[in-house]
Design a protein around this ligand. Structure first.
Ligand code: PGA
Length: 255
């Protein structure tokens, strides 16, 4: 059973046109009118955000990144202030596909703090690229959490969502393999312990979610046995039917 379920779609750089984005968003929105207890967030490419806003009040919007400065000479960047201004609520930060392009924990930390000051809620992605027998991946996730959340106050921490995304299970990873709900549960417990040690009891309000090829077939297992409050869904969120199925699975598991 989950208390505050949240299902987040990460559309990445899809779909290819505003028309297709509108269709996808609309068919998801129409199919979830009975969903009352599960928060649904869609994170489309930046340029679709404002146009999708008008389709549904039920779905919150998230961006896939936001820069660390409010304004200025930063060609190509978009600030949290700009996103907040058009009604965006969440922002994915530190996704492994951005880390692979060179983003460091220090960059992510600056973006987390900027997101807070502009009123956005960060969905902070952490997760190891490989697992080894020495279990050093726990330490890697610990470092990611400490460095990316450095300087975040105890008062703000409850607004963060931590997305555990083992890179080896994400659909874009070559030779990916499935993570199990046990892999997920172990790490979710570990993440909650790190947060508790760093932020005390306020951290108990933080939602921890799982991402890594989550789909309509394994959603129930991750949500009921993975120790998480929701899912960050990439590929399966581009198919309205599959994504709606995932949302309904979550809805049925909420207390
Ligand atoms: P996936 O993507 O579900 O396609 O693996 C998840 C993510 O990368 O956020």
């Amino acid at each position: 059973m989950i208390k505050r379920a949240i299902i987040v779609a990460n559309w990445k750089m899809n779909p290819a046109s505003l028309k297709d984005a509108g269709k996808l968003f609309d068919s998801i929105a129409k199919s979830i009118s009975n969903v009352k207890k599960t928060e649904v967030v869609i994170c489309p490419p930046f340029i679709y955000l404002e146009r999708l806003k008008k389709f549904s009040k039920k779905i919150s919007l998230g961006a896939q990144d936001a820069f660390w400065a409010d304004a200025g000479a930063f060609t190509g960047e978009i600030s949290g202030e700009m996103l907040y201004d058009i009604g965006v609520k969440y922002v994915i930060l530190g996704h492994s596909e951005r880390r692979a392009l060179g983003e460091s924990n220090i960059d992510v930390n600056k973006k987390v703090k900027a997101a807070f000051s502009s009123g956005l809620r960060p969905i902070l992605c952490v997760g190891e690229s490989v697992r080894d027998d020495s279990h050093s991946y726990f330490n890697l996730v610990k470092i990611q959490l400490h460095e990316c959340l450095n300087g975040v106050s105890k008062n703000s921490i409850s607004k963060v969502i931590i997305a555990y995304e083992p890179v080896w299970a994400i659909s874009s990873t070559i030779n990916r393999r499935d993570a199990t709900s046990t892999d997920c549960q172990e790490m979710a417990i570990f993440i909650r312990k790190i947060l508790f040690d760093k932020f005390g009891s306020e951290s108990q309000k933080v939602r921890v979610i799982y991402g890594g090829s989550a789909n309509e077939k394994d959603a129930k297992d991750f949500l009921s046995s993975g120790g998480v409050d929701g899912l960050l869904v990439g590929r399966a969120s581009l198919d309205a039917k599959k994504f709606v199925e995932i949302i309904k699975i979550a809805e049925n598991l909420v207390k």
